[in-house]
Write a new protein. Structure first.
Length: 396
C-alpha cells in the first residue's frame, strides 16, 4: 500500500473571543487538494463556530467535525482538518502558549499581565538575587560544591492581610511536680483573642514544591520587612519567562483562604492554651468560633531558586529564596561517620528489642506487650538502617 502524504489545502489563523470569554487564536489546517476560496471559507467558518463554543470545546473532536461538515455544505471536499489553540495577548497580539490550568499570565513579548479573559491585573514582585550570588551561597553551604543547575522560578502568591478573632474553650492536660513525683492535672481554658496576620497562598493547583513551607514563611517575613513593588511592563517582560502562571483566581483564593485561616486560628488557640501551663501533655479545643476578615489580596511573584549540585560523586538538590538568599532546604551528603553511627544505632535498637521481647514473654501472660515492642523496635531498626544507606540528609 502506498501512503501519500496529505497536501495542505488551506491554512488560517483566526482571533476569536470564545463563548466563555477567553481571548484566543485558533489555527486551522485543512488537508486535501487546494480549492478556490477555500482559505476564506475556512477562516469564516472557524471564526463563526469558534466564537459560539466554550474554550474547552475547541479541543474536542466535535469542533473539528462541525468544521468539516460546514465545509462540505459549501461544496468543499477536504480529507481532514487540524486545529490548534493558543491565547492572544490583548495588548500586543502575540500568541501565548499556556498550560491548560493557567488562568493568569505575564506576556513575555510586551510585559502585559492579566487573565485569560483579557482583563488587566496588577502584579507585584521582588527582584531576585543574581545567579552569581546564588552560586556563591551554594558554595558556602556545601563547602565549594560544583553547581550542575540553578533554575529560577517566580512563584505566584496571593497575599492576604487578615484579621482573625477567635472565641475558644479548651481542656489542657498537664503535669505538676508533687514531691518527687509528677501528677497529672486538667484545666479548662477559654478566651477571646484577635490577631492580625499576613498570609501568602500559593496561586497554583499543585502547591507542593521543594521547600514550599519554608518559602511560604520567607515570603510572609519579607512582605513585612521589605514589601514587593508593583512591576513596570519592562520589568514584567524580563521576568515573564520564569513566571509560573497562576492557576487560582482571586475569587477562588478568597474562598480557599477562609478555610486555611480557620486552621491557622485553631493552631493559634491551641498554642495560647498550651502556653499557660508547663509540662503540657495534650490540648483539646472543644469549642471554637472563629471570625475571619480578609483584605483583597494582591498577586506577588516571589523569586525561588532550585539548584542541583555535585558532591562526593552524588547529585543533590537545594532551594534558596531569591528575595533575600535564605537557604530554604538543602540535601547534603551523608558522611561515612554518620553512616556508621546510624548502623550502630540500628544494631542497638534491634538488640534492645530482643531483650524487651524476652522480658515480657517471661513475665506477662498475654504476650501482647512483646508483640508491640517487637513491631516498634524492628520498625525503628529498619528505618535507621535505611537512613544509613540513603543518599542525602536534608538540612534547613
Ligand atoms: Zn503582549
Amino acid at each position: 500500500m502506498i501512503v501519500l502524504e496529505s497536501e495542505i489545502a488551506a491554512q488560517t489563523t483566526v482571533s476569536v473571543s470564545t463563548r466563555d470569554g477567553r481571548i484566543v487564536y485558533i489555527s486551522a489546517t485543512a488537508y486535501g487538494t487546494p480549492q478556490p476560496n477555500l482559505t476564506d471559507t475556512l477562516t469564516r467558518i472557524i471564526s463563526d463556530i469558534g466564537s459560539r463554543l466554550d474554550y474547552w470545546q475547541l479541543y474536542g473532536d466535535k469542533f473539528r467535525l462541525q468544521v468539516l461538515s460546514e465545509l462540505s455544505k459549501y461544496g468543499y471536499k477536504v480529507e481532514n482538518v487540524e486545529v490548534a489553540v493558543s491565547y492572544r495577548c490583548p495588548n500586543c497580539g502575540a500568541a501565548i502558549e499556556l498550560n491548560p490550568e493557567a488562568i493568569i499570565y505575564v506576556c513575555k513579548y510586551c510585559g502585559w499581565s492579566g487573565d485569560i479573559f483579557g482583563k488587566n491585573l496588577k502584579i507585584y514582585v521582588w527582584p531576585t538575587l543574581p545567579r552569581q550570588s546564588v552560586e556563591q551561597l551554594v558554595k558556602r553551604f556545601t563547602g565549594g560544591a560544583k553547581i550542575v543547575e540553578a533554575d529560577l522560578k517566580y512563584v505566584p502568591y496571593w497575599i492576604f492581610k487578615a484579621s482573625i478573632t477567635v472565641n475558644y474553650a479548651a481542656k489542657v492536660v498537664y503535669k505538676v511536680k508533687r514531691g518527687k513525683k509528677y501528677v497529672r492535672r486538667e484545666a479548662n481554658v477559654g478566651e477571646k483573642f484577635e490577631k492580625e496576620i499576613v498570609y501568602p497562598l500559593v496561586a497554583r493547583l499543585n502547591a507542593e514544591f521543594y521547600g514550599d513551607l519554608e518559602m511560604q514563611g520567607n515570603v510572609e517575613y519579607n512582605f513585612r520587612k521589605k514589601p514587593p513593588k508593583e512591576v513596570t511592563s519592562e520589568e514584567a517582560r524580563s521576568i515573564a519567562p520564569y513566571v509560573l502562571s497562576p492557576e487560582i483566581s482571586r475569587d477562588e483564593a478568597k474562598e480557599i483562604i477562609v478555610d486555611e485561616l480557620e486552621d491557622v486560628g485553631l493552631n493559634i488557640a491551641k498554642d495560647r492554651a498550651k502556653s499557660r501551663f508547663s509540662n503540657v501533655e495534650s490540648v483539646h479545643v472543644y469549642y471554637y468560633e472563629p471570625e475571619i476578615r480578609v483584605s483583597d489580596p494582591i498577586l506577588v511573584m516571589a523569586p525561588y531558586w532550585f539548584i542541583i549540585y555535585k558532591s562526593k560523586g552524588g547529585i543533590y538538590s537545594g532551594a534558596f529564596s531569591g528575595i533575600d538568599g535564605d537557604l530554604l532546604k538543602l540535601e547534603v551528603p551523608i558522611t561515612p561517620v554518620e553512616r556508621l553511627v546510624r548502623l550502630l544505632g540500628a544494631w542497638l535498637v534491634a538488640a534492645l528489642t530482643g531483650l524487651g521481647v524476652e522480658f515480657f514473654l517471661n513475665t506477662s501472660s498475654s504476650g501482647k506487650e512483646s508483640i508491640v515492642i517487637a513491631v516498634i523496635g524492628l520498625g525503628s531498626a529498619l528505618a535507621l538502617t535505611k537512613s544509613a544507606f540513603s543518599e542525602a540528609k536534608v538540612r534547613r
